[in-house]
Unconditional design. Sequence first.
Length: 249
Amino acid sequence: MSEIAIIVPCRLESSRFPRKLLHEIRGVPLVLWVARRIQAETPEFPLWFAVDDPLLAAPLESEGFKTLMTRPDHTSGTDRLAEANRTVGASRVINVQADEPMVTADQIRTLAQLIAGEVAMATLATPFQRVVDFYDANQVKVVMRRDGRALYFSRSRMPFPRDLGLTIEDDWVEANPCRRHLGLYAYQAGLLEKFASLPPGELERIEKLEQLRVLENGYDIAVGLTNESSVGIDTPADTAKFEALLPPT
């Protein structure tokens, strides 16, 4: 059994950006940008890709990355991770999203440190830099307890600044206790396996955020803070943001 492994859940279809993991940026599918980045940043961790279609496996395997075929009907990436880890057999699993091509070594290693303790699950957050992101429902927010455990995740802006009325200014966003959630996770294998048997929670169904299933069932989620942001590819427009960060060809 591996002590720790990185497993990347990969789903072919996406409602906001159909087949985005196969979308080519400078002639390279997005999923390969992610694979190359993880391998370059943290070569010390075993790396697997849990795919739901041979079309995703093909470009990964062509460059020597390890893939596992998983069921196409999983309702969440965490369910897909649980299936994959029954083969991988890691005692702790780091989940890097397949649409996060700018993940860093520090982010992955921070998750590894957080999950090395007793907490069953860990994730990352970063300060908001722009007011527009605070209003964006695609930018998930997290508020934390004093001990660094998550209180709640939401697509809505929170906490609501009652004394500011409906206007949220730049200085308030900089000072407020809410953070922008980064879609990177780590799990103890026990929780990962149990997660697959837990019914989706009511809050999870409303917000469409699977980490709420963990909170609703009484588990703590440790939140590590990082000043390194990320570029998640959620829409076709996001690919231009990512490409702008690449070195000139």
